[in-house]
Design a binder for this molecule. Structure first.
Ligand code: PMV
Length: 320
């Protein structure tokens, strides 16, 4: 018996940063994401005659072999145990996983990994214990407890995670071109889990929830009215707000490098020149994510041509 599942990654435009409850991953503020259907994790699981579950890479044709640190494997297996508990099941599993994007390019894979793991495990556990399949919402909620951002990978293309609610949103722009400009693929000195804790020490953290609420409303109304320039502006403010929290934490830390700045400055210049361009955002890392409307494909090609000699770029143009 084998069970398979796959789940996409997602990129937040309104960022989840800071937790009001660390154990259960309750976010301090709402977040809004766009699902990256083309960046996926694939999981295959089977029962294992052993006392303990085990992880190994899944080999898939034309896909890179996934490497996980012992700490990452342990975190993954902890979630397997957590899910088993929900079904009162005690058997072990062999878990295999692969990403369809390079694991060393510094793109967050925890969202797609935990969403795919939860989906596959829930299917297996339902079959093995003859239980009814829980709702997508319930599965997203379980996934959230292992990796906050993974709960948004259950709903797309737009997903709002607010307190206990995780829901898909009907918004214009269901299909966007995505580019990840990989500035650096070194391992991050400060993990996002650590960042969630440290931002609470920043003097700028007071007021963060209110600022995010305001920005969420203005981004939703910009998208609703197809006001792309305003949407760009809000996303720009939002990622800088998060990175300002990092730089004003005690002790301060940061991810933005001179190479990130070059990309940001170049894309800003494109906006000035053409009065249109991509939405820009950055996660807890040095890489830059760009999202374009389909009609701005020419700019996506132009930006890719200009940056390609210097940067590794993951582009996704096919919108069908
Ligand atoms: O899900 P985590 O704990 O890896 O946190 C992700 C945090 C950010 O990527 C920086 C922002 C977000 O909302 O995805």
């Amino acid at each position: 018996m084998k069970w398979q599942a796959s789940a996409p990654s997602n990129i937040a435009l309104i960022k989840y940063m800071g937790k009001s409850n660390r154990e259960q991953n309750i976010a301090s503020n709402p977040s809004l994401s766009y699902t990256l259907e083309h960046l996926r994790t694939f999981i295959e699981i089977e029962p294992l005659e052993s006392a303990e579950s085990r992880w190994e890479p899944l080999s898939m044709p034309d896909q890179p072999v996934l490497e996980l640190s012992p700490k990452a494997i342990q975190r993954f297996l902890n979630h397997v145990e957590f899910l088993k508990k929900q079904f009162d099941y005690s058997g072990a599993f062999l878990i295999r996983s692969a990403n369809n994007f390079p694991s060393d390019c510094g793109l967050a894979s925890s969202a797609s990994s935990y969403a795919a793991l939860t989906k596959a495990m829930v299917r297996a556990l339902c079959d093995l214990t003859q239980s009814a399949l829980p709702s997508e919402w319930q599965q997203a909620d379980w996934s959230r407890q292992a990796s906050g951002s993974s709960c948004r990978s259950f709903f797309g293309p737009w997903c709002l995670w607010q307190g206990e609610r995780i829901e898909p949103l009907e918004l214009p722009f269901p299909k966007l071109i995505h580019q990840a400009i990989v500035v650096d693929h070194e391992r991050k000195a400060v993990s996002s889990s650590e960042a969630h804790v440290r931002v609470a020490t920043s003097l700028l953290f007071a007021g963060r929830t209110e600022r995010v609420q305001q920005r969420l409303q203005s981004l939703l109304s910009a998208l609703d009215q197809s006001n792309w320039a305003q949407a760009f502006e809000v996303c720009w403010h939002e990622f800088w707000d998060m990175h300002a929290l990092f730089e004003t934490s005690m002790p301060a830390f940061g991810y933005i490098t001179a190479r990130s700045m070059n990309v940001l400055e170049y894309v800003r210049q494109i906006w000035r020149e053409h009065q249109r361009g991509p939405m820009i955002t950055m996660d807890a890392g040095p890489n830059v994510h760009l999202l374009y409307r389909p009609q701005d494909k020419d700019l996506a090609h132009q930006i890719e041509r200009s940056l390609k000699p210097e940067y590794y770029i993951l582009s996704h143009y096919e919108l069908d």
